[in-house]
Each structure stands twice: as structure tokens, then as C-alpha cells.
Design a protein around this ligand. Structure first.
Ligand SMILES: NC(=O)c1ccc[n+]([C@@H]2O[C@H](COP(=O)([O-])OP(=O)(O)OC[C@H]3O[C@@H](n4cnc5c(N)ncnc54)[C@H](O)[C@@H]3O)[C@@H](O)[C@H]2O)c1
Length: 365
């Protein structure tokens, strides 16, 4: 299979995980990296043995077919639009845009240009989540009726070196962590029909405790506790909480309740983990994972999946359409909380196709 030339824009914190994992996928050929901070681009470039460029230089390169956008959320739309305008496919970090107005521009431009849009997260392609998907599709829990999704932490200002963006427009626990949970729920249960939400913002500024900004006060422009209900088109009802105001908790990341059994789905911010099933009033039983890409860091499997789809001409799974649907759902929590009503979701998306079982690392189709 031919290789696809890749450029990466955004050489910050998460970029090394992508650049390391890209080495595992033979379909990907890293050609160059870029950042608006030239020193950071040059550092990453030296680390990975490729040129470190300005963004405009990268977009002129003929050998780059697909650009991975790892900039901060507020820059995602502008960078993705520039990539598409340069005639290249784009895979963006999440969220696709800070709101659906912005994200729609990306989807419409791609449509006009006949280019592909991919978007994180790609963790749902990992072995833990594909095993859960297979169990649901095989009827192991019967018909899914309900469930829960829970993320809670005390905030990223304790570890991220530049945590300000998590509290600006485009940040917050729903836009930051919601994509992992809601994307996994959509691949498991199908599209969301409506949302009800409640939100809280207990602090207007937060104190950074990580280095090098230790002691700095950062402004909070977004709600930091979001709770509510997802009503799926299938009829399933899932309770959800995404919060940066939780000191500690003991919730499972995702639980799905069927009419025959319950299922524990592993952390959707990771690729593997343990899948467990329990019949009514019985103990939980661990189920061996049936799918590859489980234990390890495979952040860029979505890029490899998109590249494979480009080469073979099939639809890709971690798609812009899926990310747009998830973004509309996430946005609806704020609208519902503000207006005190249930919000209907207009976009619809098919569940991305399940991956085949038993694939070796690096192998997609
Ligand atoms: N850090 C994590 O653990 C993590 C995990 C998963 C996803 N993400 C997502 O990845 C993205 C990047 O996160 P990060 O932690 O690497 O942030 P970061 O701030 O460490 O890095 C972002 C980089 O993008 C560059 N940049 C910003 N705007 C740009 C523009 N217009 N053109 C070119 N370069 C630009 C910055 O100079 C910086 O080097 C975010 O969307 C974040 O939500 C981060």
C-alpha cells in the first residue's frame, strides 16, 4: 500500500505522543512539522529527523497530502481552513471548532473542495472500545436501555505547563473531555437525539500549581462542571458528568445497562483497559479483549485510519461528521442549562463501522 505524506501543525505537549505513535503505522510518512513558535518547531523537527517549517511553508509542500492539526482549540478552525484551502486533507485535535458555527465552516469547505476531515478522539478505535462495541453488536447485554458517563478531576492546572486554554472559550471539561466519552457512546449506541444539561462555574479564576507558571492566576471563561442527560435516537438514556471541580471520585468512566446485562466500558481517553459484563444480581466478569491496539499509546491511529481510507477509497471512521455531531451534542448542554429546556440535536451520523478483530499493531484494514 502506498504511504501518505503527513505534516503536523502544533508542536506542543501532545505532539510527541502523536509523533511517536505515527512510527507504528506504515501507511504514515511524516514529512515535516510546523508551529507558530519556530523554536518549538525546530526542537520537534530535530527530535524526529524532519524539517521544522513555518505553517505557510508547510502548506506549499507537494509531498504533504494530510495535515494533523495539534494547535490549541481556539486555533483549530483557522488552521483547518488554511489546510483545506491549500488543497490538503486535515485531521484535527478535538474539538473540531469551539462551536458548531466555526466547525460548520470546516465541514462546508471540505465538502466544496472534495477533501476529507478527520478529528480526534481516535481512542474509540482502540481494543478496549472495539471489544465493547462487538459485545453490544453481538447482543451480550441485550438492548441497551441506559448508562452513565463520568469524568471528574480537580483541573489541568496541576500538571499542564500552559493550562490557560482549558479555561478559555473552546476549553472547559465538556469540550476537553466530552469528545472521548460522547464519541465512544455514539459508536456504541448510535446518534444522540436530544440533551438536557445543568452547569456550574464555582470559581472565576484558578491558581496554577504546575511549572513554569506556578502561582499564576488564570481566568475562567467557561463552566467547569457540566451534568445532564443524553437521549439517544435508539431510546437509550445516558447520564453524564464532565467536571474540573472533582477532588476525587469512584465512578466507572462508562457503564451501559442493557435489558439482559450491564457492561463496564474502559476509560475512553485510553485505547485498552478492561471490559466487564454482569448479568442481573451476578458478579462482574472480565471479558478478554478481541481487538488490537489496546495496551499502549496509539494516538494517531485515527490519522492512519484516515490515510488508509484515502488510499483504498473507503469512508473513514474518526470523521469530521462524527466530530460535528459530538460538538453539537456538547454545545447543547450549555444551551439547555441557560434556557432551561431539552435541546433537540439536528445533525445525524451513522455509527462508524466496527473495526475487524485481531489486528496486529499498525494494521488497520
Ligand atoms: N496535552 C494533552 O494531554 C492533550 C491530550 C489530548 C488532546 N489534546 C489536545 O491537543 C491540542 C493541543 O494541546 P497541547 O496540550 O499540545 O497544547 P500546547 O499549548 O502544549 O501546544 C499547542 C501548540 O500549538 C501551537 N499553535 C497554537 N496556535 C497555532 C497556530 N495558529 N498556528 C501554528 N501553531 C499554533 C502553539 O505554539 C503550541 O506549540 C488541544 O486541542 C488539546 O485539547 C491535548
Amino acid at each position: 500500500m502506498r504511504k501518505v505524506g503527513i505534516g503536523v501543525i502544533g508542536c506542543g505537549n501532545i505532539s510527541t505522543k502523536y509523533l511517536e505513535a505515527m512510527k507504528l503505522f506504515p501507511v504514515l510518512e511524516l514529512k515535516a512539522v510546523a508551529d507558530m513558535r519556530s523554536s518549538v518547531a525546530e526542537q520537534r523537527a530535530a527530535q524526529y529527523g524532519v524539517p521544522g517549517l513555518r505553517v505557510d511553508q508547510m502548506l506549499k509542500r507537494d509531498d504533504i497530502e494530510l495535515v494533523v492539526n495539534l494547535t490549541v482549540p481556539l486555533a483549530h478552525t483557522d488552521v483547518s481552513l488554511a489546510v483545506l484551502n491549500a488543497g490538503k486533507h486535515v485531521h484535527s485535535e478535538k474539538p473540531l471548532g469551539i462551536d458548531t458555527v466555526e466547525a460548520r465552516k470546516v465541514m462546508e469547505l471540505a465538502e466544496r473542495k472534495g477533501l476529507r476531515v478527520g478529528c480526534a478522539p481516535d481512542t474509540f478505535l482502540g481494543g478496549g472500545h472495539q471489544t465493547a462495541r462487538k459485545l453490544i453488536d453481538d447482543g451480550a447485554i441485550g438492548t441497551p436501555v441506559a448508562g452513565s458517563a463520568f469524568f471528574g478531576c480537580p483541573g489541568h492546572e496541576s500538571w499542564h505547563p500552559a493550562p490557560g486554554f482549558y479555561y478559555l472559550r473552546g476549553g472547559g471539561p465538556m469540550l476537553d473531555m466530552g469528545p472521548y466519552y460522547i464519541t465512544d457512546l455514539v459508536q456504541l449506541l448510535g446518534p444522540v437525539a436530544s440533551v438536557m444539561g445543568s452547569t456550574a462555574r464555582p470559581r472565576s479564576q484558578r491558581v496554577v500549581t504546575s511549572q513554569p507558571m506556578n502561582g499564576a492566576l488564570i481566568p475562567v471563561e467557561v463552566d467547569t462542571h457540566v451534568a445532564g442527560t443524553l437521549e439517544f435516537e435508539s431510546g437509550a438514556v445516558v447520564s453524564i458528568t464532565m467536571s474540573f471541580d472533582v477532588p476525587q471520585h469512584a465512578h466507572a468512566p462508562i457503564e451501559i445497562y442493557g435489558d439482559k446485562a450491564s457492561m463496564l466500558v474502559p476509560d475512553p481517553n485510553k485505547f485498552g483497559g478492561e471490559v466487564k459484563l454482569a448479568k442481573p444480581r451476578a458478579e462482574w466478569e472480565s471479558v478478554p479483549l478481541t481487538h488490537g491496539h489496546a495496551e499502549g499509546e496509539f494516538r494517531s491511529i485515527g490519522v492512519a485510519e484516515l490515510a488508509t481510507a484515502l488510499v483504498t477509497g473507503r469512508p473513514h471512521r474518526a470523521s469530521g461528521a462524527l466530530a460535528f455531531h459530538v460538538l453539537e451534542v456538547m454545545e447543547a448542554f450549555g444551551i439547555s442549562a441557560k434556557e432551561g429546556r431539552r435541546v433537540a440535536i439536528e445533525s445525524r451520523v451513522e455509527r462508524p463501522a466496527a473495526l475487524p478483530a485481531g489486528r496486529a499493531v499498525g494494521q488497520i484494514d
